[in-house]
Design a protein around this ligand. Sequence first.
Ligand SMILES: [Fe+2]
Ligand SMILES: [Fe+2]
Length: 513
Amino acid sequence: MHKLNLCLQCVNSKFCRHDLKSCETEEFVVVKWRRFLRRLLIGLLKLTDEKARERKKRKRVSRPETGVSPWLIGVAIFLIIFWILLVEYGFSWKNFLGLLLFIGTIVVLLSIYTKRYISDTGDRNSWAIIGLIAVVMALIIEVIRVTPELSSYLVPVAAAGMLITILINSHLAMLVVLLLSIIVALINRFDFNLFFFALVGGIAGIYSSLDVRHRRDLVRAGLYVSGANMVIILTISLMNQRSLSQLSENFLWGIGNGFLSVILTMGILPYLEELFSITTNIKLLELSDFNQPLLKRLMVDAPGTYHHSIIVGNLVENASELIGANSLLARVGAYYHDIGKLKNPQYFAENQEGLLSKHDDLTPSMSSLILVSHVKEGVDLAKEYKLQRPIINIIEQHHGTSLIHYFYHKALEENKASNVGEEKYRYPGPKPRTKEAAIVMLADAVEATSRTVEDPSYERLRNMVDKMINDKFIDGQLNDCNITLDNLHRIAESFAHTLTGVYHPRVEYPERE
Ligand SMILES: [Fe+2]
Ligand SMILES: [Fe+2]
C-alpha cells in the first residue's frame, strides 16, 4: 500500500523513498533537475549526432576523390584568375574593387546556373580537372597577351572545351568556355571581338569532340575549330573594315589556334586520364585493340576463353545500344571479363582439349574453388596491367553471387547423407552494380549455354536466352543494378538475334568426286 503513495515520477530512482506529500523535499528537486539535464543532454547529443551524420553524408556525395572540396577549388580558381587580372589592370583600390565585383558576379551567376540547370555536375575529380584546366588556360591567355609577337587570336579556349567534353561532359565544358571567353575579353580590356571569337572557337571545340573515339579524331576537331575561327575572323574584319593583309594575317592566327588547341588537347589528355583515373572513349578503344598484351596472352594461352570473350563482346555491344548503356565499356569489359582464367586455363571447359576433364580427379568443392578463384585472379591481373576501374568492376561483378550448379549438384549426389553448404558453391560477388556489368553477366551465361543448344534456330535460342535471364533474375543477381524489365526484354531479343547470326545453318557443298 505504501508503494502506491510513492511519487510516480521518481519511483525508479534510488532517492525515491517518499510519498507524494514529502516528495517536494530537496532530494526530489535535485532528482528532477538531474533528469531534466540528462534528457536535455541526450537530446542535444542525438541532434548533433544526426546533424554530423547528415553533414558527413553530404560531404561524401559532393566531395570529389581528390579529397579537396569543390568550394576550395572554386575559391582557388577565383583567387588565381583575380590575381592575373589585377596584374594586368594595375594595383589600385578601384581596380581591386571593380574586378572583385565583376568576377564575383560572374562566379555567382555561373554557380546558380550550374546548380539549377545542370543535373550532371560531374563525379569523381571533375572540379579538380576544371580548376586545373581553367587556371592553366588563364595563364596561357596572359602569356599570349604580354608577348607582342603573338596575336590574341591564338588563345586556345577550344582546347579547354575539348578536354572537358572528353573527360567530363559538354555541359560543364560550355560553362568553362564561357568563363574563359569572359576572361579573354577582360584581359584584353573588354574587347567584345575577342570574347565572341573565343566563345565560337570554344563551342566548335566542344561540338567537334562530342564523338571522339580515336586520338586521330582530334585532328578533325582541330580542323573544325580552325574553320569556325576563320568565319569569325572574317565577320570581325568585315564589321571593323580591316584591310586584306590584316585579314589574311588573322586567318593564319585563327588556323594556328585550331592546331594549337589540338596539340594541347593531345598532349594534356593522357596525363589527365592517368592522374584522375578517367576512362575516356579513347582509352576504351585503345584497350579493345587485340594487340593489347593481356588479350594477346588470352589468345595464345587460353584460346577457348579468347573466342568466348569475343562472342560475349558482340552480344553485349548490340544489347547495350538498345537499352542506352555504354556499349563501348560493355564490349571492352566483355573482352577482359575472364582474364583470370589465364592462371589455370585448362580447368575451364572452353579450353579443355580432348574428352578428359581436369576436374575428374578433383572433389566438387576443390573444383568449385578453382572456378571461383578466376574472378579474384582477374581483378589482380587487371590491377597489375593497370586496367581502368570500370573494367575491373565488370571483372569483379560478372558472376555476382551465382551458384556453380554443376559442382553443387555433383556434391549433393556424392554426399547424400550429409549437408552440402550452398554458399561454398557460390561466387563471392558483388552482384552487378551497373547496366554494363549486368549485360556482361547475362551474355556470359547465355554464350556458354548456347553451345549446348541442339539445332539452334531463333526460337530455340530465344527460349534458352529467356530461361537464362529468368534464372539470374529469380536468383536476385540483378537486384543491385538499375535495369528494368523492359531492358531485360530488349536484351533477350538482341541476344537471340546475335546468336542466330553466330549459329546460322551452313550450306553443305557437294564434294567433288
Ligand atoms: Fe567468368
Ligand atoms: Fe565468361
